[in-house]
Ligand binder design. Structure first.
Ligand code: BES
Ligand code: MN
Ligand code: ZN
Length: 532
């Protein structure tokens, strides 16, 4: 269990002391977030759920009330009144529609929540994940001991379907109310999944833990979450796994000539960090070259001198979501025990303003040697990634995948719920899309035609850090990154849309979503010890 208290070691930050004038870090305990490790116990039961003591039983139903023996059995127990309510439209089986009823007669669970799955021909892992999460979120307005999940059309032939329900169930109540005295969501003590199949919970627990970790890192605001605290919390949480860590501080970053990353972080009181995590792989895959996961970890993006308006700045604690996704994925794969070695690199900085801020027109020398003319200090993510990608290339990975809340333009192109996929390797993109389809997360390619290349050329330096104007901004950002990966097969995932939700969804509280942890953990698992 990890405490997110603001530890004494950060007391030297003036911002922290000034914020709480009569306290020191050592004695101040107000407003600290609750520990947010996933501590719901997941159990599998082949008992009859209607004869099981539960606070809440979730029962999945479809619109025509077909396909589920369990719903039919419940209907019979209730003298046909359930199907009557469904056919009269009072209870809906449409996607993510739920209804709650208390003290249903003749069954042991005190409350039943029905959850609609929508049309059977549209069912996939994403639908199941969201349905389970919706029902759990619906049921978790108070602390419960035991919630059951039953009637989900999962089959042994499709292990993804079972895991989707289990993961949705486990993370459905992981929300953003970290600092509220009165919580709004309470993860249940125990989640019971009813099935007659033999089911292992290990993979689902691993991925759910990763998603919860990602959400929890992203949901902490910038007065709590900055490069050092990101590192500390990560190291505390991975203790006990076989992940190895290495942390580069300012001195090391200077020695390594990470000038573009340092320039972005220079105006902040919070020093930058590069966090490196290594997962060694298992015997079958150990000797393969690693896959590198690179994350943008801008713990707050004010825009710098090209300052953001308040509206746009409000949610910029989310700008380390790429880094948090990478860390959550590492946690997941370490717990899953996948075959392949994986290295994560997260570039952590805060993009602020002060007398030492980097300026428009500045020319920076990246670690790779390419010079960059600064046209906009709010295009900072690509500068951080330029240096981190160069470090990654040096480790000779077989592939690099980077994750970044990189551009508003990607959200304009694809909306809030779809990640942008770019890169230099069609086969790698196919593998990523396949994994995303398998788990039901949304990702879509944007074209990397060479006509975009000239847009990142500068008249003064080798490159400039924005394209010509804002059109195609997600692509020109990726084109900039491409300059730093050499020949390594590389994919770039822009998750500015799906990483963070301004409004709650039926299946997820507002705030961090943990999007793509499931996809990438699945991708790395799929690759196994294959030569690709
Ligand atoms: N962190 C932002 C991108 C972002 C926008 C993330 C919305 C999440 C939600 C990024 O650093 C940024 O400011 N990008 C600029 C680039 C521009 C100056 C070329 C943008 O998208 O406007
Ligand atoms: Mn920015
Ligand atoms: Zn940013």
């Amino acid at each position: 269990m990890v405490s997110l208290a603001f530890p004494q070691r950060y007391a030297h930050y003036a911002t922290y002391r000034f914020a709480r004038p009569n306290t020191t870090a050592a004695n101040w305990h107000g407003g600290e977030p609750e520990p947010m490790t996933l501590d719901t116990q997941l159990t599998i039961s082949s008992q009859n759920p209607f004869q099981t003591e539960l606070d809440v039983l979730v029962v999945a139903i479809s619109p025509e009330f077909t396909g589920s023996e369990l719903a039919t059995e419940l209907d019979a127990l209730l003298d046909g009144r359930l199907s009557k309510l469904v056919s009269s439209g009072v209870i809906s089986g449409e996607t993510n529609k739920s209804s709650t009823w208390h003290l249903p007669a003749k069954i042991k669970p005190l409350t039943v929540v029905t959850i609609g799955l929508g049309k059977p021909d549209r069912l996939n892992a994403g639908v199941l994940f969201r349905a389970a999460a919706t029902a759990i979120k619906q049921a978790s307005g108070r602390q419960l001991a035991r919630i059951g999940l039953a009637g989900f059309p999962c089959s042994r032939d499709e292990p993804n379907s079972t895991d989707a329900v289990l993961i949705g169930g486990l993370v459905g109540a992981i929300g953003q109310d970290l600092y509220r005295e009165k919580k709004s969501l309470f993860p249940a003590k125990e989640l019971v999944f009813f099935t007659s199949d033999e089911v292992s919970t290990k993979r689902a627990e691993a991925i759910a833990t990763g998603i919860a970790m990602t959400r929890n890192l992203v949901n902490q605001p910038a007065n709590h979450m900055f490069p050092e605290s990101f590192v500390d919390q990560t190291l505390e949480q991975i203790a006990g796994t076989n992940l190895q860590s290495e942390v580069w501080d300012t001195d090391r970053l200077v020695a390594e000539r990470c000038e573009t990353m340092l320039a972005v972080g220079r105006a902040s009181d919070k020093p930058p960090r590069l966090l490196i995590l290594r997962y060694p792989g298992t015997a079958a895959g150990k000797s393969l070259p690693p896959i590198a996961l690179v994350g943008k970890g801008v713990t707050f993006d004010s825009g710098g001198l090209s300052i953001k308006p308040s509206d746009g700045m409000m949610t910029m604690k989310c700008d380390m979501a790429g880094g948090a996704t990478v860390v959550g994925t590492m946690m997941a794969i370490a717990k899953m025990g996948i075959d392949r070695p994986v290295i994560a690199l997260v570039g952590l900085v805060e993009n602020m303003i002060s007398g030492s801020a980097y300026k428009l027109g500045d020319v920076l020398r990246s670690r790779a040697g390419k010079t960059i003319e600064i046209h906009n200090t709010d295009a900072e993510g690509r500068l951080v990634l330029a240096d981190v990608l160069d470090v990654a290339v040096e480790l000779s990975p077989s592939h690099i995948i980077d994750f970044a809340t990189l551009t508003g333009a990607c959200v304009v192109a694809l909306g809030n719920d779809v990640g942008g996929l770019m890169g230099n390797s069609e086969p790698l993109q196919q593998l990523i899309r396949q994994a995303a389809d398998q788990v039901g997360e949304y990702i879509w390619p944007l074209p990397m035609y060479s006509i975009f290349d000239e847009q990142v050329q500068s008249k003064v330096a080798d490159l400039k850090n924005v394209g010509d104007g804002r059109w195609g901004g997600a692509i020109t950002a990726a084109k900039f990154l491409e300059q730093f990966v050499g020949d390594t097969p590389w994919a770039h995932i822009d998750l500015a849309g799906p990483a963070f939700a301004d409004k709650p969804k039926s299946w997820c509280d507002a705030g961090a979503t943990g999007y793509f942890v499931h996809t990438i953990a699945t991708l790395l698992e799929n690759l196994g010890s294959k030569q690709v």
